[in-house]
Design a protein around this ligand. Structure first.
Ligand SMILES: NC(=O)c1ccc[n+]([C@@H]2O[C@H](COP(=O)([O-])OP(=O)(O)OC[C@H]3O[C@@H](n4cnc5c(N)ncnc54)[C@H](OP(=O)(O)O)[C@@H]3O)[C@@H](O)[C@H]2O)c1
Length: 249
């Protein structure tokens, strides 16, 4: 299927590893040029740049700490020198800290909320003037937003807030720009997914998922890119669950 992304310009936060890196690569494979945004992992972001250019598309590297609104405004202003607008914005940067509910410190709480909830808000707010008519935004939440998780309640709460933020943004920006959320279940092969998996029983997927296996970064990336694409033009304010049927078993 042609996702009608040829020649479009996308920005992906959290593109230095995992799902964000896979999303940047899939966007390029579908014909988009990609601004590869990262926090600390410049080497990873450069690998993503190589993947985008290997797909024959243009790529720009942008360091952007999503917890710092001043830094984000400066990065967005500088971006205007390279691109005259954005068709796709994927807000994938995230962080989890696994700490039992009763032991979460104020610093841990603030850090996880800062990256997973404040970050998408600051980046989206700063990007609004750049978003082109017909464009779209995809936020990346988690199944944890629906279920709650006592081992990382701060992360689950931040992602639940992000789902709601997605709806506010969709209402603000419609009909000009669509805003949707993709909420994955556990995805292995990313630093965060592999870290989270250490807290789960070895037979978790077998017992709790209809797929009886966890997800891959590519599967989630393809879902994000479909939702971001003009082909999903009637979809906005939605949350798309991609979790192996987690809630059904
Ligand atoms: N893997 C899973 O099981 C799973 C499940 C549900 C939802 N998710 C969500 O999917 C998204 C991607 O996760 P992943 O599994 O691909 O994890 P990952 O590989 O660890 O990626 C996390 C990304 O977030 C970026 N990041 C973290 N703090 C940042 C900051 N302050 N400023 C800018 N960037 C920052 C990291 O960039 P740097 O390293 O460059 O700082 C990295 O690129 C996250 O939002 C996560 O919550 C993941």
């Amino acid at each position: 299927m042609d996702l009608e992304l040829t020649g479009k310009i996308a920005l992906v936060t959290g593109a230095s590893s995992g799902i964000g890196a896979a999303t940047a690569r899939v966007l390029a494979e579908e014909g988009a040029d990609v601004v590869v945004s990262y926090g600390r992992n410049e080497a990873g972001a450069r690998r993503t740049i190589e993947a985008v250019t290997a797909a024959g598309r243009r790529a720009w590297l942008r360091q952007m700490n999503v917890t710092d609104p001043t830094h984000i405004s400066q990065a967005m202003a500088a971006l205007k020198n390279d691109v005259d607008g954005l068709d796709v914005l994927v807000l994938c940067a995230g962080q989890n800290i696994i700490t039992p509910f009763e032991h979460v410190t104020p610093d841990e709480w603030n850090q996880v909320i800062a990256v997973n909830l404040n970050g998408p808000f600051y980046v989206l707010q700063a990007a609004i003037p750049l978003l082109r008519d017909g464009g779209s935004v995809v936020t990346v939440a988690s199944v944890a937003a629906h279920t709650g998780v006592p081992q990382h309640a701060h992360y689950a709460a931040a992602k639940a807030g992000l789902i709601n933020l997605t709806k506010s943004a969709a209402r603000l920006l419609g009909p000009r720009v669509r805003v949707n959320c993709v909420a994955p279940g556990l995805v292995l092969g990313t630093p965060m997914g592999d870290y989270t998996a250490t807290t789960m029983a070895p037979d978790y997927a077998q017992k709790r998922l209809l797929t009886q296996r966890f997800g891959t970064p590519d599967e989630v990336a393809r879902c994000i890119v479909f939702v971001a694409s003009p082909v999903a033009g009637f979809m906005t304010g939605a949350t798309i669950d991609i979790n192996g049927g987690r809630e059904l078993r």
